[in-house]
Design a protein around this ligand. Structure first.
Ligand SMILES: [Zn+2]
Length: 173
């Protein structure tokens, strides 16, 4: 057995990576896209976290994602400003699994927030499978939740394990 283990966290934040919104600099409604840059401001005892969105003309909009007390975290309050790049969610490439001799992929859901259908999630995050192919694999029992056969529209819950039996997936030319 040669499993690949992944941990995924599903939040509304990484579900919606674009917003239609009025841009004061453009003077009209435009599509803001998540730049995957995150900004953290520490103001006294409060920590504010923002996702930085950009309009087509690179104007930025900071969407508040979290507010917490400095004491909740071990953050030095003198660290007034910090910018970091969030890793976009891990994309899974089935052809790479074949190359590496991975027999199955196990995805552990450590956080699930919002409504996530398994076929839709995998269509977004598996680079080389279409939603139709994923639905066929689910129907065939080659994609399971907690080792049980499921339906393509199954909704995901925290602490579940998604198993992809890639060794039985058909090679695509
Ligand atoms: Zn703009």
């Amino acid at each position: 057995m040669n499993p690949m283990i992944l941990k995924w966290s599903l939040t509304p934040e990484n579900q919606e990576d674009s917003f239609e919104k009025y841009c004061p600099n453009c003077g009209k409604k435009v599509l803001f896209i998540d730049s995957r840059m995150r900004r953290r401001n520490v103001n006294g005892k409060n920590i504010y976290e923002y996702a930085i969105y950009k309009c087509p003309k690179e104007h930025t909009w900071n969407k508040s994602t979290r507010q917490s007390k400095a004491s909740d975290n071990n953050i030095n309050p003198s660290e007034k400003f910090e910018e970091k790049t969030d890793q976009p969610f891990q994309t899974l490439v089935i052809s790479e699994c074949f190359e590496m001799g991975v027999e199955k992929v196990e995805i552990y859901l450590d956080h699930v927030e919002g409504r996530w259908r398994i076929d839709k999630l995998l269509a977004e995050r598996v680079a080389d499978l279409s939603r139709t192919e994923i639905q066929e694999l689910i129907e065939a029992g080659l994609i399971m939740i907690n080792d049980k056969k499921i339906k393509p529209d199954e909704l995901l819950r925290p602490s579940q394990k998604i198993t992809l039996k890639v060794q039985f997936f058909k090679y695509k030319s």
